[in-house]
Design a protein around this ligand. Structure first.
Ligand code: SAM
Length: 231
């Protein structure tokens, strides 16, 4: 999968993808990170990529021409604009987009981008939460990370995807590691006895309790509390 970041600040993006799991995915050719700077496409003699808003308004906008030319240079690609006005990105989107071959993220800056770029070039718009960032790079990196780990071969153990939060619409069950007692607090005793069917039933129950406590909105939408026992 090739990811193109259309960004004025490529140095914000590339370091994140050069380490750890996604660094290895790049080395092994499973993903490719490509940054394109719209400043390289501006026809403005001062290399300007921003303008005041027509009709007034506080702040500047990224102009349409450098962005559209940068996108057109990429060729066949699925264009995503990160914006507070977009649909909230979720795990189902990550899985769906992981099946594509080429995705381009437009990382907005200033007060955003000229609306005509969205109308003419963008396939989908996504928001990562109800707050305002200074730019779209962080949001685009969140999507790229979440999409990448759903590409076959990126995670060492693909089974870990099946038991993660948001599978079956619930959160992952609480997990513990050694020591068995930490600061006087023991792990649930059933976890120590090695009966995996009992542990799975307990984990299902704990996952439901956790979802109900931390994400009552998710809990409300569960079709049946007797969801599949695969955890
Ligand atoms: N004036 C814009 C508004 O009120 O919707 C906010 C502009 S923000 C300062 C600059 C850029 O950051 C946006 O164009 C967008 O690309 C990105 N951005 C900010 N918050 C975001 C969020 N919650 N989700 C996705 N992108 C976001």
């Amino acid at each position: 999968m090739k990811f193109n970041f259309i960004t004025l600040f490529p140095n914000l993006v590339t370091p994140y993808f050069s380490d750890s799991i996604l660094g290895r995915a790049q080395t092994s050719g499973l993903i490719e990170i490509n940054c394109i700077n719209p400043r390289d496409f501006t026809q403005n003699k001062h290399k300007k990529v921003d303008e005041y808003m027509v009709g007034g308004g506080a702040g500047l906008l990224m102009s349409a021409q450098p962005l559209c030319d940068a996108i057109d240079r990429i060729g066949q690609t699925h264009v995503i604009y990160l914006t507070p006005a977009g649909k909230k990105f979720n795990q189902n989107d990550a899985k769906r987009l992981a099946k594509l071959e080429n995705i381009s993220f437009i990382c907005g800056r200033y007060e955003g981008i000229d609306e005509r770029v969205i109308e003419s070039r963008v396939n989908e718009v996504f928001c990562i939460g109800d707050f305002i960032l200074t730019g779209g790079e962080l949001a685009a990196m969140c999507l790229c990370d979440a999409i990448s780990r759903n590409i076959a071969g990126v995670l060492g153990n693909a089974n870990s995807l099946d038991i993660e939060s948001f599978e079956d619409g619930i959160l992952e069950a609480p997990s513990f590691t050694k020591p068995n007692i930490f600061n006087g607090s023991p792990v649930p005793s059933a976890f120590l006895k090695g009966n995996h069917s009992i542990i799975n039933v307990l984990k299902n129950h704990m996952a439901l309790c956790k979802t109900r406590f931390f994400r009552p909105d998710l809990y409300q939408t569960l079709k049946s509390p007797n969801f599949k026992e695969k955890r």
